[in-house]
Design a protein around this ligand. Structure first.
Ligand SMILES: [Mg+2]
Length: 108
C-alpha cells in the first residue's frame, strides 16, 4: 500500500529529528523563503524551467501543509473555508473579469 503524503512528510521529519526546528514561526518563514525561490525562476522571464518551478511549488506546499498540521488545522478544510469566504467576497456578478479588490468592487 502506498504511504500517504502526510505520513511520508512526518516520517521524513521524524527520522531526521527536525521537529525541534519546525515552530510555526520557522515554518511560516520557510514558506516565504520557498515562495521567493519560486519567484526567482521568473525574475527575468516568464519562461521558467518547469522542473525547477515544480520543485519550488512542492517546497511551498510541503511547508504550508506542515504549518497547518502544526497548528492543528486540516489543509483541505481551511482551503474550502477560504474558498467559501472568497465566493462571498467576490460574487460572480460583480467580480467576473475584474482584478479589483473585493472592497472596491462596489465603487466601479
Ligand atoms: Mg526550494
Amino acid at each position: 500500500m502506498r504511504e500517504d503524503t502526510k505520513s511520508w512528510i512526518q516520517r521524513f521529519v521524524a527520522e531526521r529529528d527536525w521537529e525541534q526546528f519546525h515552530t510555526p514561526a520557522n515554518l511560516a518563514k520557510s514558506i516565504a523563503i520557498e515562495a521567493a525561490e519560486l519567484l526567482e525562476h521568473y525574475q527575468w522571464s516568464d519562461d521558467a524551467e518547469l522542473s525547477e518551478v515544480q520543485e519550488e511549488i512542492a517546497d511551498v506546499l510541503i511547508y504550508t501543509h506542515m504549518l497547518a498540521w502544526n497548528l492543528g488545522l486540516d489543509p483541505d478544510t481551511i482551503m474550502r473555508e477560504k474558498l467559501a469566504l472568497n465566493e462571498r467576497k467576490y460574487p460572480v456578478a460583480k467580480a467576473r473579469g475584474k482584478s479589483t479588490r473585493y472592497d472596491r468592487l462596489d465603487s466601479e
